[in-house]
Design a protein around this ligand. Sequence first.
Ligand code: GRF
Length: 205
Amino acid sequence: TRIAILISGRGSNMRSLIAACAEPGFPATIALVLSNKEDAPGLIYAREAGLQAIAIPHKPYGKDRETHERAVNKALTGAGVEFVCLAGYMRLLTPYFTDSWAGRMINIHPSLLPLFPGTHTHERALEAGLRIHGCTVHHVTAGMDEGPVIAQAAVPVFPQTDTPDILAARVLAQEHILYPAALRHVLSGEQPEDSPRNTSAALIV
Ligand code: GRF
């Protein structure tokens, strides 16, 4: 399956997907990396990896989200993209775009959805006093961070010593494992396995 990865910044999840796609037998190839920011560090990495990587800045479009998305869609279809992975793409999407890719677009979010949609998830998890936090890969629908969950990974929270940055790094390490695994699962159409690796439980006191 020809995929696009949409980014806005550093692109560490993009890097984990690039690495996965380079593995023999992985069911995706990267047709395009696209950023809404020209100075996204992830674009440089993607180009150095030999991928087609372009920016379509949203700024010139002002508040007209849909016209920007039409330009993005043109680039996606032009590159023969069949499936879209959002990886730190910091744009609210209109129904035009989510409808265009319904069932063919996934996102990674740094919380255990449906907890903490939106931004500042690690601060909010700490403020809420949670002892377990994590990340979610989900299908993208019109509601922000609301689509059906595909896969999740959990990490412990250490309230005495964690800061949002420390917690974010612990979650991010799991994101890099979870996203390629979830993409493989979605594209291969396999059901989740009831295997021991999927039955670990966390008890954090
Ligand atoms: C990740 O935490 C991701 O879950 C969120 O934005 C961050 C992007 O990081 N949507 P990166 O650009 O993949 O390094």
